[in-house]
Structure formats: C-alpha cells, structure tokens
Write a protein that binds this ligand. Structure first.
Ligand code: ARG
Length: 665
C-alpha cells in the first residue's frame, strides 16, 4: 500500500487529459509531485504539480492549472473532493471508506500491506567486515547494524539480497599475533584458552609497535611544532601591522597556522601518552628494549604468511577458527548473520592473476617498481602491487569484485564502510569502470563516527578503542536499571521472575544500541549516550518496544487472541469514528512509504522516524480512545483491530531494524 504511487497514477491520467497535455514535455514528471500535507488541517497529502506547469504556460496561472487537473482527475474512490489552496496546491484528504477497506485487508496480510517490488534486483551487501585477530570494538557497530538493517529491508521489499562479510583475515593483524605467539606466547595457554590469550598477544605486540612508533615520531613532531610556532609568530606580527582587507586575510592565515599547531600538539600529547603507558610497566619496557624493530618484523611475518611459509600458514590455520569464534559470539548476541563470509584470505590465490590481467590489457603499468592503475581524476594512482611484490587491500577488493560479478551477477553492490575509506572506494569504482571489471552499480554506503561525551572518537581512558562486548554489557545493565526497576515490575501480574528480567534487559539493551545508531543520519557523527538510549520516553527503542508491549497488554487484559480480534473486526466491520483512530489508521498504511524511502536513500533513520511516529500516534490514540470501556461493541472491535495492526507494524519495523520485542515490560 503506497498511497503516493496510487495518487501519482491518477494524476498522470488526469494530466494527460488536460488541454496543455500536448504542449508540455515529460508531463509525467509532474504527476509524481505528491508530498505529505504541509498542515494536516488541509488534508493528508498535497500535489504540487500546478505551480511548475503554470510557469510553463504563458496564458495560464497555477490556480487555473489546478482547477483543470481537478476537473479531469478521477479520485472518487480514494479521496474527498480535492481543494485548491494558496498559489495552486491541490490538497488531498484520503476517504475514510478507503482507509477502512485497506485496514480490513491489512488484517489478513502478514506483510502489513507492503507489496513486493515490481522489478527486483540482485543486491550484494558487503558489511561488518572486521579485521579479525583483535576484539571487535565500538567502530564495528555502525557497519554491522546499518548493513543488517539495509539487508533485511531490501529483502523484505522483494530484492534478491546476498550478504557477504568481507573479513580482514589475512592482513597485518595476523602478522601481529604470529609474532606475538613466537616471542611472547605460551603454546600450552594458547591451547587451553585460545581466545583471550590471542587477544592478549595482539595487545602486547600492538602496544610495543605503538611505543616504538611514538618514540620515533617525537623528534619530528617537536621540530615541526617549533617551526609552526615560529611561522605563527611571524604571521601574527604581519596581521597586527596590516590594515583593512589585508589584515583580515593575514589574520586568517595566522588562525590556520594556530590550528596546525594545536593538531601537532595533540599528536605529541598522544605519542607521549603511548610512551608513558609502556614506561609505567617494567615488563613491557624490557620487551620494548629487546624488540626494537618489531614493526618491520611483524610485516616480515605477514609477508611470510602470504608467501606460503609452512609454519606461518599452519599458525594461521590454527588461530583463525578461534578468531572467528570470538566475533561469532558477538554476532550471535547481536542476532546478525551472513550468507557468506569469504574474507580476504579467500581471494589470495586470485591476486596475481588480477594484476597480470590488468597489466596485459595495458590498464596497469609499472611505476617506481610498483604496479599501478593511473586514473585521470586522481592525483595518486591505485597501487595494486608493491615494489616488494606484496599485494594490497585494493588488489583484494578488485579480485573480490571480479569474483562477485562472476558468481552472483549483482545489479548493485553496497559497501557499508566508514567515511574514512571514501577515497579507496572512489578509486575502486573508477578502476572498475575503466577496466570493465563489473557493470554492477557500486555504492559506498559511508557513515560517520561514534563519538564519546567529549565529542571525540570514543576511546577508553587508556586511549584504546572501546570493546564492543563491554559496550553491549553496559547497555544491558543500563536497560536493566530502567525496565526492571522494582516500582515497574512489581506492578506486573504475575510479577517478572529473574529469568524474564534478564531476558527483557538483554533485548532492550541491545535494541537501544542498534536503534540509537540507526536513528542518526547515516553520514553524521553521533555522541554515544547510554542513559538517553535506554530511556523510556523520546525516540528510543525502549519506547518503541514499550509501545509494542502495550498492544500485547491490551489483548491480554481483554482476554482475546490476535486471531479472535481479526475475526471480530471482519464480521462487525472497521469504522473510523474518532480523529485519533483515523490518524492511527493512516499512519499504519504508510509503512510501505517509509520502507521505500529507506531503500531509495539507503537511510535506516527513515524507518526509525516512522517507528517513532507510529508509537506516538498510537500513544495519542490510547489516551483518547478507550478500548476496554469503548462506547459500543463495534467501536471496541475497530479499536482492537487498530491495536493488533499497530503491534504487527511496530514489531515488523523493529525486526527490519534488527531489534526484538518483548511481550511485556
Ligand atoms: N576490513 C576492513 C576494515 O576493517 C573493511 C572492509 C570493507 N569491505 C571491503 N570490501 N573493502 O577496515
């Protein structure tokens, strides 16, 4: 049920019959100018077609055009008589009888009247894709949650969706744990308790690499700072002695230097903190002294793995399953799964061929010993093989694209990856076009960063990224405080036992993290605020889940099953008598509009907005329309039907967001 599409069809027919039909090109473009009404007082939708058409007609004005369209349009079954307003808006109010018929049909439809799309596409979604061998962190939330929601929504709309978790299972992070195992590992402990032990080895090596890198960076940063400060003083001097426009320009230059200074100071500060962390630990200091060239050594271990070194390959085979267990635990908890998890390692044997193929076809060439694809629109080429023979992240992405094209023939590939990789994807797509590697539509679904309360990327106090699991645990604890507050749960009959409490807190806590993430415009950064996320009021999953539980609670109290309510409404009919009933009915029939908008814009926040609007409309209905003490049995039957439909729509919408519901809270 997509009301704007129905209206568009009618407008298209009507425009075709108007006097001006033959004089205006692309008339259909105007038929689709249906928008939600600016003010609900004047209707539910409005058509804005008359204004642009009026402009094109020398002897007519938009209000005349609107009058002509209204004279031609056939809307009797769908709308009350349309009205012209202001400069030529055509206000449309959907007929109650139409809403009633559709809501009745909705009672029998497990798709909530969402029709499957007419031309389904094959869409491959590349999302989550963490680098394994290190625990998942806060940075992995967004790609996992956004990708999962888009996959579910596109699939529900009727597309053929293929999900592939492009695991980073072949990069430097394995060099890190292999090095860690060889130098600091205890085979016995790794055998007994592999997951935490490998994570520990990763942390140790990562810290030592960071230490040496920071030590090496200090002199350079210090001299840079000195230089910048000197430049800044000169610039300030110049600005002070200049006048008028020139002074303004010079002040700007000085300000921009001041910004550079503060960036260098932050970098210095971060490097000093990294160094201090290691210095405060004698064991780590000893190790740092014994492993001065650890970064190169880690790269060497990685290269050996890639070259097929027996020992490193055996360690990789031994460690990989543990790394996968670790991330799968998080996926289980998030209730996220994938059709495929090929990972980067899967493509390793295809990389040489990709490079050879592009070279042979004259699309890649050697430069400074490396093999590159040069692109007109970019200054730097895409390097696909380094001078030492190593392949790169980009090479793997090219091989992956070729494989996916050959095996799945996708119409579209969506890469759900954070905004910092924009340039990588711009180049990848440009190379794909240049080389004809794939004719799929390639889209980078980029997203912003999760920030802490201080407005900076979220980190722990020691400066490392916050682990995803601990974040989930915190959310569940916070949810427990809110929804299992004794004041609330004691009112329930029968009271909640500990099992139910734990289960409700888990569902609400995990839902809160997902919902808050999806609620933001994908491309913006957002601040992570647990207490806001789990709140019972406002645009939160807790509120949406609570609204669902309320619908279930009403049926429980009245002692009817969903099927019984449906049966009753079918016999007694469904009549919208109260404005709050009508508003809720219309809102429920707009589900498909919300899903279409998610799909058109790859914007899960449009579905979140819809869930919130539905919960709010339901709450107003609940305040104004008694269900238990309805005036007549027929009124009660209509209201019960609306309660059932609201429950179904909220549940389905949350499911597409990847969020579960509970029956009571
Ligand atoms: N593993 C990469 C990272 O963590 C993301 C991979 C995204 N997908 C892709 N096909 N490049 O940065």
């Amino acid at each position: 049920m997509h009301i704007p599409s129905l209206l568009t069809e009618r407008f298209s027919d009507a425009l075709g019959r108007c006097d001006f039909a033959t004089t205006i090109d692309h008339l259909d473009r105007y038929a689709g100018m249906i928008r939600p009404a600016g003010n609900p007082k004047f209707g539910d939708y409005q058509s804005n077609c008359a204004m642009p058409i009026g402009k094109l007609l020398p002897d007519s004005n938009p209000r005349d055009v609107a009058a002509q369209v209204i004279a031609q349009i056939q809307l009797d079954d769908l709308c009350d008589p349309p009205e012209i307003a202001g400069p030529g808006f055509i206000n449309l109010r959907i007929k109650d009888s139409f809403l009633q018929t559709q809501l009745k049909a909705m009672l029998d439809d497990d798709r909530c009247l969402v029709t499957a799309c007419e031309s389904p596409k094959t869409i491959l979604l590349d999302y989550s894709s963490p680098n394994v061998a290190k625990p998942m962190h806060v940075g992995h939330i967004r790609t996992t949650v956004i990708g999962n929601c888009l996959a579910k929504t596109l699939r529900f709309i009727g597309h053929r969706v293929i999900t592939d978790n492009h695991l980073g299972d072949w990069g430097t992070q394995f060099g890190i744990i292999i090095y860690g195992y060889k130098h600091f590992g205890d085979p016995e402990i790794v055998r007994q308790d592999p997951v935490p032990e490998l994570a520990k080895l990763y942390r140790v090596v990562h810290q030592l690499m960071g230490y040496h890198k920071s030590v090496a960076s200090i002199p350079k940063l210090e001299s840079e700072l000195e230089h910048q400060q000197a430049e800044h003083s000169v610039a300030v001097e110049a600005a002070n002695s200049a006048e008028g426009k020139d002074a303004k320009k010079k002040r700007k230059a000085a300000d921009s230097l001041a910004k550079k200074i503060s960036a260098t100071e932050s970098a210095l500060d971060a490097a000093r903190k990294t160094i201090a962390k290691t210095q405060s630990d004698p064991v780590m200091m000893q190790r740092a002294a014994e492993h001065p060239d650890i970064s190169q050594a880690v790269l060497a271990e990685t290269s050996k793995l890639h070259a097929g070194d027996a020992e490193n390959c055996q360690l990789w085979e031994q460690f990989l399953p543990y790394c996968k267990d670790e991330i799968n635990r998080v996926y289980d908890r998030l209730n996220v799964s994938f059709d495929y998890t090929y990972g980067e390692s899967f493509y390793h044997s295809m990389l040489a061929d990709v490079v050879a193929d592009l070279t042979q076809r004259g699309l890649a060439s050697e430069s400074d010993g490396a093999v590159c694809v040069f692109l007109d629109q970019f200054e730097a080429p895409m390097i696909i093989q380094k001078r030492d023979g190593a392949f790169l992240y980009a090479t793997t992405d090219l091989a992956t694209l070729r494989y996916r094209t050959e095996h799945f023939s996708p119409d579209e590939i969506l890469y759900v990856v954070d905004a910092r990789q924009s340039e990588h994807f711009e180049k990848l797509f440009a190379v794909a076009e240049l080389t004809g590697l794939s004719d799929a539509r390639l889209v980078h679904i980029s997203f912003g960063t999760v920030l802490g309360e201080d407005g900076r990327p979220m980190k722990t106090r020691s400066g490392s990224l916050i682990g995803l699991e601990s974040l989930l645990n915190d959310a569940v604890d916070a949810a427990y405080q809110v929804v299992c507050d004794p004041e609330r749960v004691n009112k329930l009959d029968p009271p909640m036992d500990d099992d139910e409490k734990r289960q409700v807190a888990e569902t609400v806590g995990i839902g809160a993290i997902k919902y808050a993430d999806l609620a933001h415009d994908r491309t913006s950064d957002y601040k992570f605020n647990l207490s806001k996320m789990v709140a019972l009021t406002g645009n939160t999953s807790t509120y949406a889940q609570y609204s669902y539980a309320r619908t279930a609670g009403i049926l429980r109290r009245i002692g009817l099953t969903e099927a019984e309510v449906v049966e009753r409404a079918k016999t007694s009919g469904l009549l919208l008598n109260h404005p709050a009933e009508r508003a809720l009915g219309l809102q429920l029939l707009q589900f498909e509009e919300a899903l279409q908008s998610v799909s058109d814009n790859h914007a899960p926040n449009h579905l979140v907005d819809y869930v919130y609007a539905t919960a709010e409309t339901f709450s107003r209905f609940n305040d104004q329309c008694h269900v238990m003490n309805a005036e007549t049995p027929d009124i009660q039957n209509t209201r019960l039907a609306l309660v059932v439909l609201t429950g179904r729509v909220i549940k389905k919408a949350l499911e597409l967001l990847g969020i579960d519901v509970v029956q009571r809270m």
